[in-house]
Ligand binder design. Structure first.
Ligand code: PLP
Length: 380
């Protein structure tokens, strides 16, 4: 096998060459601590400020409303725990959805153990949250709504504007996990009434280990990581200067090329889905084909476990993913697909393919041929 075909861009993306080029000097010559008073330190502080402006410009907020973190999970933790703990005198009720990433679900569980009350909203058969249920769940003590912008498994995009309006009308803070959305969807925190956004650089061709959190100014939130006074006293730790510079550059590139990239991703994704429909029987398409991330596809191939498909594809040089996880030797079906009302056999047999900038039509053809062979082999 001479070539790897990478089709798991929702898991992570390679670092863009231009991004890497901007980052390299900050590991070696420009290594100063941004809190230092000498010039190689102060210069790096300016670079961090520039990156915050690049991020803020991308999501329609102010640079001073951006806090740097280490990843999307940290951003989710800081936003949800931070806002909940700082506002608990107003109420202890939080609303989220059943299809959030574990970074949100586990954070909510932790808060439940600490005396908060969490409502988990259902989704419909396409994976879209039920707005009526959201409205009905609001209580006098609701302080926070946390609903993801786009789902990591089935790519479904939520009605964020409507959720923002509901939250604003009811005077509730609205956090959205945008880890899968940033770089794929144009977001505007102000126009969409969003109070808090989680971001992770490695999902849009930036480096791993770098994330960001937007929290609208004036919203009280408590820090999670104690120590120095970095990030306006909200998150201690010497800044990952190279990573932050890379995140700023990566978000700028994604924004400048958003339309072109999306058109291409959508073309490859649609070609893949159509080819599968034409060639393979007994499939189930998970998620919504309209309100969906451009490069995301999630199809269940009945009778074959998703994990088996992923292993077989790997033998053929293809990196893909399945929503089902193997825990202690037992296959756990995708909780996201189960939440859409699908039966266990569908949730166990899903294959997530997420296209990226470097993929080609030849990759799609090879992928469909491989899946077709594997399906034949296992169904027979
Ligand atoms: N939220 C969503 C929707 C994700 O897809 C992910 C990662 O896959 C995360 C949060 C966590 O991000 P990170 O891996 O940067 O911690």
């Amino acid at each position: 096998m001479d070539k790897i075909i990478y089709l798991d861009h929702a898991a992570t993306t390679p670092v863009d060459e231009q991004v890497l080029k901007e980052m390299i000097p900050y590991f070696t010559t420009n290594f100063g601590n941004p809190s230092s008073v000498y010039s190689i330190g102060k210069g790096n502080r300016k670079k961090i400020d520039k990156a915050k402006k690049q991020i803020a410009d991308s999501i329609g907020c102010l640079p001073e409303e951006i806090y740097i973190t280490s990843c999307g999970s940290e951003s989710d933790n800081l936003a949800i725990k931070g806002i909940a703990k700082a506002n608990k005198s107003k109420g202890r009720h939080i609303i989220t959805s059943k299809i959030e990433h574990p970074a949100v679900l586990e954070t909510c569980k932790k808060l439940e153990a600490e005396g908060f009350d969490v409502t988990y909203i259902n989704v419909d058969e396409k994976g879209i949250i039920k707005l009526d249920e959201l409205k009905r769940s609001i209580r006098r003590d609701t302080i926070l709504i946390s609903i993801m912008y786009a789902n990591n498994e089935i790519g479904t995009i939520q009605p964020i504007e409507e959720i923002g309006q509901i939250a604003r009308k009811n005077n509730i803070y609205f956090h959205t996990d945008c880890v899968q959305a940033v770089g794929n969807i144009k977001i505007n925190a102000k126009k969409q009434n969003i109070d808090s956004i989680s971001i992770s650089a490695h999902k849009f061709y930036g480096p791993k280990g770098t994330g960001a959190l937007f929290i609208r100014s004036g919203i009280p939130f408590m820090r999670e990581l104690d120590g120095g006074h970095q990030e306006k006293n909200k998150r201690a730790g010497t800044e990952n200067v190279a990573g932050i510079i890379g995140m700023g550059k990566a978000i700028e590139i994604a924004d400048e090329n958003l339309e072109e990239y999306n058109k291409r991703l959508k073309f490859l994704r649609d070609l893949y889905v159509k080819s599968v429909i034409d060639k393979i029987q007994y499939i189930h398409i998970n998620g919504d084909m309209k309100n969906r991330l451009p490069g995301n596809s999630n199809i269940s191939f009945l009778g074959i476990r998703g994990a088996t498909l992923v292993e077989e594809l790997d033998k053929r040089g293809i990196c893909a993913s399945s929503g089902s996880a193997c825990s202690a030797g037992i296959i756990q079906p995708s909780n996201v697909i189960l939440a859409t009302g699908c039966k266990r056999n569908i949730a166990e047999s899903s294959l997530r393919i997420t296209f990226g900038r470097e993929n080609t039509v030849e990759d799609v053809r090879y992928l469909v041929d491989c899946i077709s062979d594997i399906v034949d082999k296992y169904r027979n």
